[in-house]
Design a protein around this ligand. Structure first.
Ligand code: TTP
Length: 194
């Protein structure tokens, strides 16, 4: 059975994969993340996941490399992590009382096979209280997250409904990923506790 490498510095992705029962090593890609402004969100996240997986596979050619990238899309416009506090504020104000899509592109690469796919989840925000936006911007939470919020943290206060895979919003569509990994005989372990 080949070993699994998670090509990501995201603690969320690592945690999700670990909690699902996988054994793996973490080797983040370090190259620049580049995509074209003309790319749709689904093209951009797949392109970025492909770049990360390719870079790490070159260093570890006998492994299975898993990489991902998450962006949100509002009116077809891809939004990544905020560049500043003002940028995060503008994003949260734009998301208020509306639905947006969260895309995670995922790449599962080996020397012989390269699979790339994306999963979309629709998230609807409640109308946001301006004071809460300001208070939220004073926490560390929004700044390393696509869309300037963490659904798994205090960003939960903003979420009215979710349609699709919750874990996809956190950065890794675990169930879909598990089906891809199974084709390489990489399976989670279950610890009997009863
Ligand atoms: C929308 C949303 C995003 N996120 C996170 C998932 C990703 O870590 C991050 C988007 O950034 P990414 O560029 O996808 O990932 P990363 O830079 O953290 O790590 P790497 O490129 O090494 O894989 O936003 C949440 O944790 N919760 C959320 O609700």
């Amino acid at each position: 059975m080949p070993s699994l490498i998670l090509a990501s510095k995201s603690p969320r992705r690592s945690d999700l994969l670990h909690r699902a029962g996988y054994t793996f090593s973490v080797r983040p890609a370090e190259g620049p993340e580049t995509f074209s402004d003309d790319d749709s969100p689904e093209e951009a996240v797949q392109q970025l996941a492909r770049q990360k997986a390719e870079e790490v596979l070159q260093q570890y050619p006998d492994t299975v490399v898993l990489a991902a990238d998450t962006m949100i899309s509002l009116d077809g416009r891809p939004l990544g992590k905020p560049a500043s506090r003002d940028d995060a504020r503008r994003t949260l104000e734009a998301l208020s009382g509306r639905s947006h899509d969260v895309y995670t592109g995922t790449a599962v690469f080996t020397r012989r096979s390269k699979t790339v796919f994306y999963v979309k989840t629709e998230v609807r925000f409640c109308p946001l209280d301006t004071e809460w936006i300001h208070s939220y911007l004073s926490t560390a939470e929004p700044y390393d997250k696509a869309g300037s919020y963490a659904v798994q943290g205090q960003g939960s206060l903003f979420v009215e409904s979710i349609q699709g895979d919750f874990y996809n919003v956190m950065g890794l569509p675990v169930s879909r990923v598990s089906r891809e990994l199974k084709t390489f005989h990489i399976v989670p372990s279950f610890t009997p506790t009863i």
